[in-house]
Design a protein around this ligand. Structure first.
Ligand SMILES: NC(=O)c1ccc[n+]([C@@H]2O[C@H](COP(=O)([O-])OP(=O)(O)OC[C@H]3O[C@@H](n4cnc5c(N)ncnc54)[C@H](O)[C@@H]3O)[C@@H](O)[C@H]2O)c1
Length: 438
């Protein structure tokens, strides 16, 4: 055990922004069920994953949760904010991601989880109307109200630590602005209630001011601005984002590295999908879609590196469509048409038809992220946690550095970070024989 990591003692509070959403409630209901032995945490590395220590011949593969000190699921207390005044149980029933039978297994616990009033402004999410929202004299006033919520939640539940995670709706696209450049200009913009300050930024800043790590599961800027990154670095606080990597992008970050590893060319990639949940409705607004599109588009370029391989990737055409189609609900269906080429330029096609469940894929990611971010805070890891890029479509990365999008490199990076944290050697996948030959 690394003596520099504080133990995961006491209770861990998880504050979810967008508490009554499909992802949030699937995550919360599932985590409670798993903690009570009523469900299997499929998709969660922290719960099911193992990590190799030492040479392969040593045959030492402890579970990740036994190797690093993570919070116990029974020590978690859930809370959060939403613009809808519903219990978590009512929301689980509304979204129909989980069956009523599964929801009823944790009905009492879910009924006890109710949101606090949100900081919301329809200017930033045009398709929603907020009825359960805070009012304030300025954005700074709203920020202070969020800070008080966090403090009260900690005291009332006798918590040791808190992690805040954004699972709220995707806000409209915002460009970088000088207001975001420094902590001073950012605070001034909040005090003067500038339009550049989206609600998600207030939650993020409130979390950090209260000493809590913050995770951004949506593609909006939120914590990905110089002022907040600087604050997090200066105050030893971990931040992570953006946009949970679930269905179609997960597939992209597996297929694209395969093409590059085998030096196969790409002439076009068309991705489209239909989904009918509330997220789909929000993304039906062009300004929210733009935020998502930017997040999804960057992925292939950073993996294929067209500048290094112009013969293979210089001119490929990449198009992304998201279509709101209510009958599909949360059961998104996606299609990818990938035009590739091989030896002497001969063309081939790959077709993917993924019938997925958006929130079922997202829930274990939220669980892993909150547990790892709590670990990062206890280990004194500050600023952008790029070792968690494994979980994001558009990983935050320090200025001047390129984001890593290849799922398998991300996985290796994450596991080697955990090894380093615990004082073990990183694994380079060379066999002992090979190492001696080299
Ligand atoms: N499901 C996935 O696979 C996936 C993948 C990547 C990212 N995401 C992102 O995660 C987020 C949640 O997705 P979802 O399917 O649960 O959507 P959802 O619409 O079911 O949930 C979003 C919740 O946020 C609430 N909300 C909106 N603005 C808020 C505010 N300012 N304060 C508090 N609450 C607010 C809404 O009322 C709603 O309950 C979206 O931004 C989505 O793009 C989802």
């Amino acid at each position: 055990m690394n003596a520099n990591i504080k133990k995961a003692e006491g209770k861990l509070g998880i504050l979810v922004v967008g508490l009554n959403g499909a992802v949030s409630t699937t995550f919360i209901a599932g985590t409670i069920a798993v903690a009570q032995g009523k469900g299997v945490p499929v998709g969660s590395l922290t719960q099911l994953g193992t990590i190799r220590i030492g040479n392969r011949s040593e045959n030492n593969f402890p579970k990740i949760k036994e190797f690093v000190p993570l919070a116990d699921l029974n020590d978690i207390v859930f809370g959060g904010w939403d613009i809808r005044n519903e219990t978590a149980y009512e929301s689980v029933c509304y979204h129909k991601v989980l069956t009523r039978e599964d929801a009823d297994k944790v009905k009492d616990e879910l009924n006890a989880i109710k949101p606090m009033k949100a900081v919301f402004d329809q200017k930033y999410v045009k398709k929603l109307e907020g009825t359960y929202v805070k009012t304030g004299t300025s954005k700074w006033d709203l920020l202070e109200q969020l800070r008080k919520d966090i403090r009260d939640f900690k005291t009332n539940n006798n918590l040791d630590r808190i992690v805040v995670v954004w699972c709220g709706s995707t806000e409209v696209y915002l460009m970088h602005h000088p207001d975001y450049d420094t902590v001073e200009s950012f605070e001034k913009a909040i005090k003067e209630s500038h339009d550049t300050i989206a609600p998600s930024m207030l939650y993020a800043y409130a979390a950090l001011l209260e000493g809590c790590p913050f995770i951004n599961g949506a593609p909006a800027l939120t914590v990905d601005i110089p002022a907040i990154i600087k604050y997090a670095n200066d105050h030893n606080l971990p931040i992570a984002g953006k946009d949970f990597k679930t269905g179609q992008t997960l597939m992209k970050t597996v297929i694209a590295p395969m093409l590059k590893t085998r030096m196969l060319g790409l002439s076009g990639w068309f991705s489209t999908n239909i989904l009918g949940n509330r997220d789909g409705e929000v993304l039906d607004d062009p300004d929210s879609f733009k935020t998502k599109e930017v997040s999804k588009l960057s992925v292939i370029d950073s993996i294929l590196q067209p500048e290094l391989y112009p013969e293979l990737y210089k001119d490929y055409y990449h198009k992304i469509r998201i279509n709101y189609y209510p009958p599909k609900g949360d059961d998104k269906e996606s299609w990818d048409n990938i035009n590739i080429f091989g030896w002497l330029g001969y063309p081939m096609d790959i077709k993917i038809n993924f019938l997925c469940r958006d929130s079922i894929l997202a829930a274990p990611i939220v669980l892993d992220l909150v547990l790892f971010m709590d670990l990062a805070a206890r280990a004194g890891m500050k600023g952008i946690q790029s070792w968690l890029s494994f979980y994001f479509k558009s990983p935050m990365h320090p200025e001047g550095k390129i984001a890593e999008n290849d799922l398998f490199i991300q996985n290796m990076k994450m596991k080697n970070t955990l090894r380093k944290l615990m004082g073990e050697e990183p694994v380079d996948h060379l066999e002992e024989d090979d190492r001696n030959k080299a």
